[in-house]
Design a protein around this ligand. Sequence first.
Ligand code: SF4
Ligand code: SF4
Length: 112
Amino acid sequence: MTTPRGVISLKPADCTSCMLCVRECPTWCISLDSHQAPDPETPAGARVRLINVLDDFRIDFSRCMSCGICVEVCPFDALAWESETDYDEPTRDALTHHTDRMSSHRGTSSKP
Ligand code: SF4
Ligand code: SF4
């Protein structure tokens, strides 16, 4: 498969599971699972805040049209373009990249 703009990488630690990219993607090819947990940085004595913890993030690249909206709307720069434009997958299902695969793309272009 050849993509016109490269592949999208994810930095999981910067993703707050805010769902903005999921909602803005015009082809609905982004999905994620998350759960809520107490914020470990809640100051002692303060009311415990809950934060979203990312369990899995997915992009189905068989439906992605490389518009870049997800990269643009992410408020935390958790998504980035990487330069890899050719990658082969043995099955259609394998074109859905999960957190681990998307993380492995990170830094393969000049963007940190
Ligand atoms: S580049 Fe566009 S189509 Fe592809 S995942 Fe991002 S928002 Fe969706
Ligand atoms: S917009 Fe960014 S922070 Fe929000 S869910 Fe998507 S990747 Fe994560």
